[in-house]
Design a protein around this ligand. Structure first.
Ligand code: TEU
Length: 539
């Protein structure tokens, strides 16, 4: 296989399998459930599915704690089921992308179980162990999920390193045996016929020397010692060689890779096809549950411009780590969900749709801590209880929580929203009779139209991008060659005056035809946009 630019035209769909569709009534989504819904996904028009981890796992972190890279977790089915999924998806021309989680394993992985046994165990160096004492860790670094990056082990008087939960020990990439094991595993899945990988937390595999002192505890400061640290190039180049050999489709989750560095990661000779930026989820300073629209817009514009001549963006507004966009950047209305869809689906890059986003699924109204499912959120909650009331603590942890996006999918208004015939593993959003795949057809239609534009129009898949009204706080305006896209991202009116803009002001009326829009509105130099209005024109 050779490297092509096919992915420029593609649209991905992200599946959080535990909450997608349950086929056997145990309340947990599974592989057979995905198979059931393939026709729906085909009809939507997406080209590939990214499935969150389905490997064997104790599920401390939604499957991102893998205890066997070669086995499918029982809750999702069997390897046979997976191969059936592959075949049926491929028959429908849908590609399958799996999550590749290689920064860490579960502490229940046989390698770690061995590693923990003694200092001279052959697997000791598969992980990162250092001398320590219960009150003296090797350094002051802190993990993404809170607390020290070190977990002390009484038996050997050493601590092991973890950037996520303590049940997710980081692998030691400096050990060539570890690399070989990982590369072997990658080949195994590609040989099985999968089409590619989403590289989880890949920018963390290389760490600074343990003596590194954290300079700032604000923003990304604490993560500097393990975010895109120099030396990572060697591993990335080795990974790339394998991906190229198979023509694998690859997207990196690589926080810490700056927009100015992303071209090197994703151009023709880059390590991966495309990259997710993790910066656009900007929140209002006084309210973590509310998106800052201008902040979002500025990040998007910067990434689009920095990757214009080289490199490729993976575009998204929702995933399993973020609350629902309709409530964060929208106002809960379907109009706002439509505006958000248009704001990112026609940018330069490969868009991803997160399950349920296409029919307006929204945040969950948490009323009881028993509704929480993520281990790290429950820990946060317990911690908050030491200083806050139950109500306040719950409010605090659910403000900006990734739990919101992980509730079961709302397929219809029947019992359990058509997700399961059993008892759902996580409570279903009580709004399922109003918001489900049957009710919000208009939003689904819009997504279909946007996907079709990406497939048909090379200006959209491969064209240039140029922004206008860059300082406008709520309206996003961009040209993709002969296309002009205008989106009002707020629930109030906005005025635009194109007459001062060079291309638009040469006296002649531009012959724009409206391709999509929330209303029928011919192009005018001076225009008034209604709340959440969007317009797509073509010359
Ligand atoms: O998330 C990783 C992730 O978001 C960090 O790499 C990010 O850099 C950090 O939070 C700073 O903003 C992935 C998965 O998406 C997530 O669900 C897992 O919990 C995590 O990896 C661990 O595998």
């Amino acid at each position: 296989k050779t490297k092509t630019n096919d992915f420029h035209k593609m649209v991905g769909y992200q599946i959080y399998p535990k909450s997608f569709k349950d086929s056997n009534g145990d309340g947990l989504g599974d592989i057979k459930g995905i198979i059931e819904k393939l026709p729906y996904l085909r009809e939507l028009g997406v080209d590939f599915l990214w499935i969150n981890p389905i490997y064997k796992s104790p599920q401390i972190d939604g499957g991102y704690d893998i205890s066997d890279f070669y086995a499918i977790d029982e809750m999702f089915g069997t390897l046979d089921d997976f191969q059936t999924l592959l075949k049926e998806a491929h028959d429908l021309d849908l590609k399958i992308m799996l999550d590749l989680v290689v920064n860490h394993t579960s502490d229940q992985h046989p390698w770690f179980i061995e590693s923990q046994k003694s200092k001279d165990n052959p697997y000791r160096d598969y992980y990162l162990w250092e001398d320590a004492s219960p009150n003296q860790m090797p350094n002051e670094w802190i993990s993404f999920f809170g607390g020290s990056t070190w977990a002390y082990d009484e038996k050997t008087k050493q601590a092991y390193f973890h950037v996520f939960a303590k049940e997710q020990p980081d692998l030691n990439w400096k050990n060539p045996k570890v690399c070989q094991e990982i590369y072997k595993m990658i080949r195994w899945w590609l040989d099985l016929g999968i089409d590619g990988f989403r590289l989880d937390a890949i920018s963390h595999i290389q760490k600074m020397p343990w003596s590194y002192k954290i300079k700032s505890w604000k923003g990304n400061g604490p993560w500097i010692p393990f975010m895109n640290v120099s030396g990572i190039e060697t591993y990335m180049a080795e990974l790339k060689a394998i991906f190229d050999e198979y023509g694998a489709l690859t997207v990196g989750e690589a926080s810490g890779v700056q927009s100015t560095e992303a071209p090197d990661w994703t151009d023709e000779s880059g390590y991966i096809n495309m990259i997710f930026e993790l910066e656009h989820n900007v929140r209002k300073a006084n309210d973590q549950s509310q998106g800052d629209t201008y902040g979002y817009k500025k990040v998007i514009m910067r990434w689009q411009e920095d990757l214009l001549s080289r490199g490729w963006n993976a575009l998204y507004i929702e995933n399993h780590d973020q609350p629902r966009s309709i409530d964060t950047f929208g106002n809960g209305s379907i109009e706002s969900a439509k505006a958000l869809a248009v704001s990112y689906m026609l940018l330069r890059g490969t868009p991803f749709i997160y399950q349920g986003q296409e029919f307006g699924m929204s945040n969950f109204p948490f009323t009881d801590s028993k509704q929480l499912r993520s281990d790290e959120i429950i820990k946060q909650y317990d911690q908050l209880l030491t200083k806050l009331s139950e109500k306040k603590a719950l409010e605090e942890v659910s403000k900006n929580s990734r739990e919101h996006s992980r509730t079961p999918l709302q397929w219809n208004d029947s019992e359990n929203a058509g997700f399961t015939t059993g008892h759902p593993w996580m409570e279903i959003n009580p709004n399922f009779s109003e918001i489900n795949r049957q009710t919000n057809q208009e939003l689904i239609e819009l997504y279909k139209n946007l996907i079709e534009l990406r497939h048909k129009e090379t200006a959209i898949s491969d064209g240039s991008i140029h922004f206008h009204f860059k300082r406008h706080p709520q309206v996003l305006v961009y040209e993709r060659d002969e296309f002009l896209i205008i989106v009002n991202l707020a629930d109030k009116k906005a005025h635009l005056d194109f007459s001062k803009i060079a291309n638009f002001a040469d006296g002649e009326t531009i012959n724009y035809q409206q391709v999509l829009g929330s209303s029928n509105s011919p192009f005018q130099e001076k225009m008034v946009l209604l709340a959440w209005e969007y317009r797509v024109y073509k010359k």
